[in-house]
Structures are given as structure tokens and as C-alpha cells.
Design a binder for this molecule. Structure first.
Ligand SMILES: Nc1ncnc2c1ncn2[C@@H]1O[C@H](COP(=O)(O)OP(=O)(O)OP(=O)(O)O)[C@@H](O)[C@H]1O
Ligand SMILES: [Mg+2]
Length: 591
């Protein structure tokens, strides 16, 4: 039941509204019983005497009018109370969800790469939407119905006992059977709803991935295969929905028959009691009018338990994120540096992700302002090494130091704010070109945005877009060429004027001429900056102060361009191959 405790904790600020809403729900349920009691009084005090005497006396007529007015008043009061109740419960539940959704979004945003490596976007979206909505549904609907059922049932029970205890006991004989059946149903249905929740997340993830990857799907003409995959997940979701319904249908006829037998029992036994003079006609009318308030809670028990099981399945998913802690976070005494100079030192760095060792004993030092070129075959650990610098992953062995301080001692925000990264897998937001460049420093003036775009050689093509810097770039940068996206990503990295600049394959899709312009711009930056440049082309790194060659997660060669050529190793081999293919191997950017 910790899920309910968790809800109570998060209701803070709206608890009064919630309690008051439930209180109004109790009052509104209590009122339900008044109308049949009034009806009974009308039958006993107006109808029966009039039938017996054959005349409707003035006194009886007045009594009838008074009782009818009271009856209408009660109905109106109940409507008002229900209005207040819905307002209270809606406000309390919507406020709760507002807070929870924000908290959950904050959590998801601050969780580390490891979390994103293991959670699909579609599943996370399900938690933020469908799962949270079920939590809201519980607060606003299930709680109200539960209170309503309990109050109706016990109030009626007490009233019935005061009128005729034997008839009441006769009606209650079905209760143990119904309780037994719903309990059995409830225990069987719980895993079904956990499964249903998983099927929904899979359905959402499949749809989300198909939409996000629609270009790949189209390029490989895999639309039909993807539709088939979706249809399969959709079918699985349907089956998962039907299974608990079918289970309920196995119990439902028995429960319904028992419940529907109650009015018959009332009429039969009530009739006998009237004949024996142990009950008045009015009392039997009230009994008949109120039998449903005993039977409805019994009927509702199954569906309410169903909703409750769905709530538990969804709440567990939400709570998982709510209490998730990033592995990478600030230490309690994390340092705030006065000024970042940009010295980087990898000291015997090793990294294990799962069972595989991705980096092994990587060591190098970059002095402030230096440029380090990084090359190496694909999958050799270049991107992972710079991911460790930004603490996307914490190293398993050794240490990374920036300005001679272990990065785990740094305030994470300051560390990441000091590293401008143009990532290999460029991601652009659905925003203007200006908005995308100024992403890391929203308040910089347009001139600064333009200046960064100029260094990245992006200014010219941005100006040629329909609305220049105000052109909205499609989701993930659709509408731009690969090289254009890389250049916007470079401008974005420069816009925060970082003391450390990391370029991961950033010029791989631009032509040699453009690359040279960019290199010139980078050499002439108007702020001090240490640069780590990962590249495939010798031309991108040959002027670096130091070039590192990665292989299988470790550095196998290092030195300047000339030193490495003298070594006659892997670098020389790459140099030879690229020199031979010069002019042919260059990818020309198509704009
Ligand atoms: N999150 C991860 N979990 C497990 N293994 C990973 C993860 N990220 C990367 N790897 C593995 O680590 C190795 C190095 O990957 P990395 O991305 O660093 O290579 P790279 O040198 O940047 O390659 P490329 O030149 O193709 O970009 C690869 O074998 C990759 O499969
Ligand atoms: Mg890489």
C-alpha cells in the first residue's frame, strides 16, 4: 500500500481539498437514503390513510406538499453538494498531477546516460501521460466511488436493521459469496494489468520509433513491415485488454444473479412480513427503493478493484522514476571553480559498461589552449572518452582532471557548462536557427549568434534560408543537409564561449574548403579554449599540438603530425591511404 502513502505525501498542499471532497461525497451518499424514507412516510402517512378512509384530508394534503417540497429540496441540495465535491476532487487531483508531472519531467531530465541507455522514449512518454492519468483517475474517481459505496452500504444497512432485522439478514446472505468471488477475481487480475501496462508501453514505443525513424523506414521501403510490427503490438494490446474483461465475465453472471435476486427476496419476504403485520407498506416501499444501495456497492466492487489494480500497475511505473537517482551527480562538497582554464588530464582512465571494457588505461594531457586531435577506427572509444569528460559516464578506474581537479569533485553544472560539444549524432530542436545556436545561452544577442555562425561557416547558408535566422528548423534538423546540421551544432557549441571545445566528427560531412575555413575560424577564436577534435581525416587534425590514435579503447600512438609520421605506424598508414585518395575521397556537401 506504499503507493497510497506516496499519493498522500504528494497531495501536500491539496490535502484539505481532497478530504473536503471526500467529506462532501459522504454527505451526498447519506442524502441518497433520504428520498426513499420520505417516500415511505408519504405512503404510510398520506396514501394508506387516504385509501382506507376514501378521502384526502386537508391535513394529509398539506403533509404531502411539505414532504414533496422537502424531497425536491433534498435532490437540489445533493446536486449542489456533488458539484462542490467534483470541484474539490478535480482541483486536488489535477494539482497533484501537475506537480507530479513536473517532478517526473525534472527527474527524467536529470537522469544520466545509463538511464537513457536502458529506457525507451515511448515507455517514458507512457509514464508521463497514461500512467499519470490513471493516478489522477484514482484520486478523482476511484476514491469518490469507494467512499460512496462504503457509505451507501453501511447507512442502508443501519437503516434496514432499524426497520426489519430479519429481512436485512436475509438480504445479507449473498454478501460473503460476493466478497469471496471478487477477492478471487482481484488476485487473478493483478498480473494481467501489469502485463497490459507493458503492452501499452511497447505499443507507444513502437509508434514513437516508427515516427522518429520514418526516413529510414521509407528509405528501406519497410513501411509494410513496420505497419505489420505495429499491428502485432496493437493486437497484443487488444488481447491484454480483453483478458481481464473475459476473466470478469466469468464472475459477472454469478455476481449479477445474486445481486438481482435481492429485490425479489425483498418483495417475497417483505410481502410475508406485511401479511403478518410485522412491517408497513411504507417500510416495504423504502426497502424496495433502497435495495439498490445495498446491491450497487456489491456490483461496483469488481470494477473498483479492477481500477485499483490498474492504478497499482501504473503507480509502480511512475514511482520507479520518481525515486530514481542518477548515478552521476554532485558530491555533497562539490567545488565551484573561480575561473576555468581548460587543462584536461586523463589519468589511466578505464571504463566498463555492463560487462565490456570500453576504455582501457587511457592517459593524455591537454594544456590550456592546446588542440588535441583524436583519430582511430570506428568503435575504438573516441566518443566514449569525451562522454566521460562531460561525466555522461563516470570512469570505472583512474581519473579525469580538469584544471588539476578530479571532475567528480566539480559541480556537474559548471563542468558541463565549461564544455562546448558538437556531438557526432547531431540533434537539432524544432526551433529557429537562432534558437538552436543560442540553446546553451538563451540570452546572447543576435550579433553573437551570427558571429558563432560565421566561425562555423554557417552564416551564409542560414541567411539563404526562407526567414534567415528566424527560419524554423524541422524536428531533428530535417530540411538541412548533414553538413549544414553539423555547422549549426558547431555554432551552438561555440555560443557558450566554452573554455573546452569538443568536436566529435563535426566536419565529416563538409567539404575540404569549408573545413579549412572552419579551422581558420577556430584558430582565431576571441576566447581562450582547449580543443578536442575527433576526426577521420588527417586534414582535420594535422595542425593539432598532439594527435592521439585510439584502438580497442586504448591509445596506441600519440605525438604531433610529424612525430607520428616519423613513427611509421597506424597514423602513417592512414596518411598514405588518404593522400592517395586525395580529391577522390572527399565528400562534397550537397546543399
Ligand atoms: N552505452 C554503451 N553501452 C555499451 N557499450 C557501448 C556504449 N556506448 C558505446 N559502446 C561501445 O563502446 C565502443 C566504443 O564506442 P564509441 O562510440 O566510443 O566509438 P567511436 O570510437 O566513437 O566510434 P566512431 O568512430 O564510429 O564514432 C563500441 O564498441 C560501442 O559498441
Ligand atoms: Mg564516435
Amino acid at each position: 500500500m506504499f503507493q497510497l502513502k506516496w499519493i498522500w505525501k504528494n497531495l501536500k498542499g491539496d490535502r484539505l481539498k481532497f478530504i473536503f471532497g471526500l467529506f462532501l461525497s459522504v454527505v451526498s451518499s447519506l442524502i441518497v437514503i433520504v428520498t426513499p424514507i420520505i417516500t415511505a412516510t408519504i405512503v404510510d402517512e398520506v396514501v394508506t390513510p387516504s385509501l382506507q378512509s376514501g378521502v384526502l384530508t386537508d391535513q394529509a394534503a398539506n403533509r404531502l406538499i411539505t414532504l414533496l417540497v422537502v424531497s425536491i429540496g433534498v435532490v437540489a441540495a445533493r446536486a449542489l453538494i456533488q458539484y462542490g465535491m467534483i470541484m474539490c476532487l478535480e482541483y486536488a487531483s489535477q494539482n497533484l498531477i501537475l506537480r507530479l508531472r513536473t517532478t517526473l519531467y525534472e527527474r527524467i531530465s536529470t537522469l544520466d546516460m545509463n538511464f537513457y541507455d536502458h529506457n525507451r522514449a515511448g515507455d517514458l512518454m507512457t509514464r508521463l501521460t497514461g500512467d499519470l492519468d490513471l493516478v489522477r483517475h484514482t484520486i478523482a474517481w476511484i476514491s469518490y466511488n469507494f467512499v460512496n459505496c462504503v457509505v451507501l452500504f453501511f447507512t442502508t444497512l443501519v437503516y434496514f436493521c432499524t426497520v426489519n432485522i430479519w429481512l436485512t439478514l436475509a438480504l445479507l446472505t449473498v454478501l460473503p459469496i460476493i466478497l469471496f468471488l471478487t477477492r478471487s477475481y482481484s488476485s487473478k487480475v493483478r498480473p494481467m494489468y501489469t502485463d497490459l501496462r507493458e503492452r501499452l508501453a511497447e505499443l507507444n514505443s513502437t509508434a514513437q520509433e516508427n515516427i522518429a525513424g520514418n526516413r529510414v523506414v521509407k528509405a528501406f521501403a519497410q513501411e509494410q513491415a513496420e505497419i505489420d510490427r505495429f499491428v502485432e503490438k496493437n493486437g497484443a494490446f487488444r488481447s491484454a485488454n480483453l483478458t481481464p474483461q473475459f476473466l470478469w465475465l466469468r464472475y459477472y453472471p454469478v455476481i449479477e444473479t445474486l445481486v438481482q435476486s435481492l429485490p425479489v427476496v425483498t418483495l417475497f419476504l417483505g410481502g410475508l412480513f406485511i401479511i403478518n403485520g410485522e412491517m408497513t407498506l411504507g417500510e416495504l416501499t423504502a426497502f424496495s427503493g433502497l435495495t439498490w444501495t445495498l446491491s450497487a456497492p456489491m456490483q461496483m466492487l469488481g470494477p473498483l478493484l479492477t481500477d485499483l489494480q490498474r492504478f497499482f500497475a501504473s503507480a509502480n511505473k511512475v514511482i520507479e522514476i520518481y525515486y530514481a537517482q542518477p548515478r552521476v551527480m554532485d558530491r555533497y562538497n562539490a567545488k565551484e571553480m573561480d575561473q576555468v582554464k581548460g587543462k584536461i588530464e586523463f589519468r589511466n582512465v578505464s571504463l566498463k559498461l555492463g560487462k565490456s571494457e570500453i576504455l582501457k588505461n587511457v592517459s593524455f594531457t591537454a594544456q590550456p589552449g592546446q588542440t588535441i586531435g583524436i583519430m582511430g577506427e570506428t568503435g575504438s572509444g573516441k566518443t566514449t572518452a569525451i562522454n566521460c569528460l562531460a561525466r555522461f559516464y563516470d570512469v570505472t578506474d583512474g581519473a579525469i582532471l580538469v584544471d588539476d581537479v578530479d571532475i567528480r569533485e566539480w559541480k556537474l553544472r559548471q563542468l558541463r557548462g565549461s564544455i562546448g560539444t558538437a556531438q557526432q549524432d547531431v540533434f537539432l530542436f524544432s526551433d529557429t536557427a537562432e534558437g538552436n545556436i543560442a540553446f546553451g545561452s538563451m540570452d546572447i544577442p543576435l550579433e553573437e549568434v551570427v558571429r558563432c555562425a560565421e566561425v562555423a561557416d554557417a552564416d551564409q547558408f542560414i541567411r539563404r534560408l526562407t526567414d534567415g535566422y528566424d527560419t524554423i528548423i524541422g524536428e531533428r534538423g530535417v530540411g538541412l543537409s548533414g553538413g549544414q546540421r553539423q555547422r549549426i551544432s558547431l555554432a551552438r557549441a561555440l555560443a557558450i564561449r566554452p573554455p573546452i571545445l569538443v568536436l566529435d566528427d563535426t566536419t565529416s560531412a563538409v567539404d575540404m574548403e569549408t573545413e579549412q575555413k572552419i579551422q581558420k575560424g577556430l584558430r582565431e577564436l576571441d576566447f581562450p579554449c582547449t580543443k578536442l577534435i575527433i576526426a577521420q581525416r588527417i586534414s582535420s587534425v594535422k595542425d593539432a599540438d598532439q594527435i592521439l590514435i585510439f584502438k580497442n579503447g586504448t591509445i596506441v600512438e600519440e605525438g604531433t603530425h610529424q612525430e607520428l609520421l616519423d613513427k611509421d605506424g597506424i597514423y602513417t598508414e592512414i596518411f598514405r591511404i588518404q593522400s592517395e585518395g586525395m580529391g577522390l575521397s572527399d565528400r562534397k556537401e550537397v546543399e
